[in-house]
Design a protein around this ligand. Sequence first.
Ligand SMILES: [Zn+2]
Length: 825
Amino acid sequence: MSAPPSLRNFAFPFEQMLRPKTLAAGEQGTPAAKPRLLGTPASADRLHKPFRCPGSATSTRTTEKPARKRRKVNYAGADGENEEGDEPYSNDDRLALATRDINRFPVFKPKDKDTAFKTKFIVPLKNKDVGGYNAFRPAPLLGMRQGRVFVARPLHDPSGEFAIVLYDPTVDDKPITKEAVEPKLSQEEKKSMDEPLVHKSLAEILGLKKKVDDDRPRVPVVIDPRLAKVLRPHQVEGVKFLYRAVTGMIEPNANGCIMADEMGLGKTLQCITLMWTLLKQAPDAGKSTIQKCVIACPSSLVRNWANELVKWLGPDAITPFAIDGKASKEELIQQIKQWSIASGRSVVRPVLIVSYETLRINAEELAQTPIGLLLCDEGHRLKNGESQTFTALTGLNVQRRVILSGTPIQNDLSEYFALLNFANPNYLGTRNDFRKQFENPILRGRDADATDLDRKKGDERLAELLNLVNKFIIRRTNDILSKYLPVKYEHVVFCNLAPFQKDLYNHFIASPEIRSLLRGKGSQPLKAIGMLKKLCNHPDLLDLPTDLPGCEDFLPEDFVPKDARGRDREVKVWYSGKMLVLDRMLASIRENTNDKIVLISNYTQTLDVFAALCRSRNYGCLRLDGTMNVSKRQKLVDKFNDPEGPEFVFLLSSKAGGCGLNLIGANRLVLFDPDWNPAADQQALARVWRDGQKKDCFVYRFIATGTIEEKIFQRQSHKQSLSSCVVDASEDVERHFSLDSLRELFQYRPDTTSDTHDTFKCKRCRKEDGRQVLKAPAMLYGDTNTWNHMVNDGETGPLGKIQDLLLRQEVAEKEVSAVFQYISH
Ligand SMILES: [Zn+2]
């Protein structure tokens, strides 16, 4: 080692630190000593020294000394004395030595994350002056502290990428009128006069008291970006409308509205956005507009709402209180009580989701608690202003109301009044005011023998009413969706009955049972209607021959009674016209495409037949009916929507409460039988043609030609085109048939291609061959009269040129008699 002695100090700083005196003495006392021998006297020295514990106080102090100071050792003369034996050091050498690792300043390694975040830190102040800032000054005593400076800023950045501003103080703020402020002031004054003077706090005496609330700055209300980025433009518009309506920005004395968008436009998402915004934000910085929200809905939708909250807001955003009937009655009352007394920070479940029935029963428990927002899903059930539900709901202490309804409001003034009066109590005055002001003049004006003056007055009042009312109603139709969705081809497919079906049908409607029914003597029209509907699907839905006495004569040779079938469950598709068509369709899908299809029926027995058909043809299928719980449903749906899944058929009961079921894995759908309630059918149809669908959709609504199904379908379309109210339960319809309409129902017209088309008295189709010669100027979804009408008259006919291959192949067969076609865009 040729290092000069001076360098030792660098090379062994530790050693030096331990015995600085000895070393210094050694250097000065034995200047000629060779460097390589230096170690030995040092070790010897150490032996003479008393032992010192390395952890002792002195040594610690030494180590703490900054390393740099060590350089102050006097090196004078060290170089010169060693000149002879060693080469002089060049600057490069010195530099190299000086930058040796050990001589560098300590390198900062990243600290352990956990400890680093826990340590205190001091904010470096921009204008740090010695007098004003002292980091070591103790914190001021409690009570003397000035409140933290409140920075007024919106919860979400109003200039961000996805920012949708619902309220902007620079635009929307109206100056508060004097009347609104004055009573508040006088109250405060009164309060301060009542206060005893002695109880002033120190802070108050010193003038340090925080100013309370007076001048909270106004900030923009901005939709949470996670919602804003999933909202469609029409939904943004909807949320803006809802927000303005419920915060009194449309009319200061009205805080309610009606959201009547058609199914599939995302009413739920719009309402969740509104609710979330109100719960988290207000124009007053840092405050919320509401503390609690109640969602009232049919009991079958309670879970659905809870799931939607998670779906849109994420799993941790909100814990709803969903009353889904799992708790016992006592538990439930306890929970509701707790919910209603909670306020401020103790509101841990701000959203109560409850069925109308439960809400009605427990309205008393909830009467006192202030409810910031009440959402009424399927709100058209509030159209009866006298119903118990209506009364119970109006008894609640609610500040804002939103009625959701997918069905248009009936052209009925009292219904209008009931709904709007619920949303905005007293906005239209009392029922009597309304009658005097609007209802009577309008009705009088419409009367057949009304005078011109009456008419004029009626029209005026109607315009006035609509002006008042339309401010609070938003309704958009499905058409605006077509921008985002692929084309939907919807078809009404009229299928002839199979010969066996036809015999049974004729036999049944001529039976003594039906005859006495039509004379007004029978008592079970419901049962008869049900049997006919089932027969239209497939004779296997009935228990033959028991259900139809006397039908033995028509039973085909290959017919096997149900109980004699044993393991032979093969479906005889040729017993039913509709089933034959379906069978061919499935085969064609399987052979020519990788599409998936949803099959829907009102009857679980039809699903049984479908399932048996799929089994015998080796088609993978999944089945969802009313017996299945929500989590299982979801798994099934996910399985089906998986593009890799082998199951290409999904069997769905229309009674399963299809709300929210998203079956976009399929782009074809068969509605095997019509329902009395068009809304139910619409709901079923909306499973496939909805957000996320990428392929063109083909929807087929099967109707047995000339049968009761046509009558049901006609009733449906009639209702839709009149946009009248929807009856909630199909039983209601079936119960209220006049004898005339019963007679109509129990007719069978075997000679027509479509009884429905006949009722149109369509002028666009030729009499001789039924071919359409003129397209309708505009295709209206709700009116099948404007759809394309096609008869099945062979390959050269219109059906041979239809866009859909499944229907095109039907020209070779006789089952399909006619098709109505609707193209979305
Ligand atoms: Zn026509």
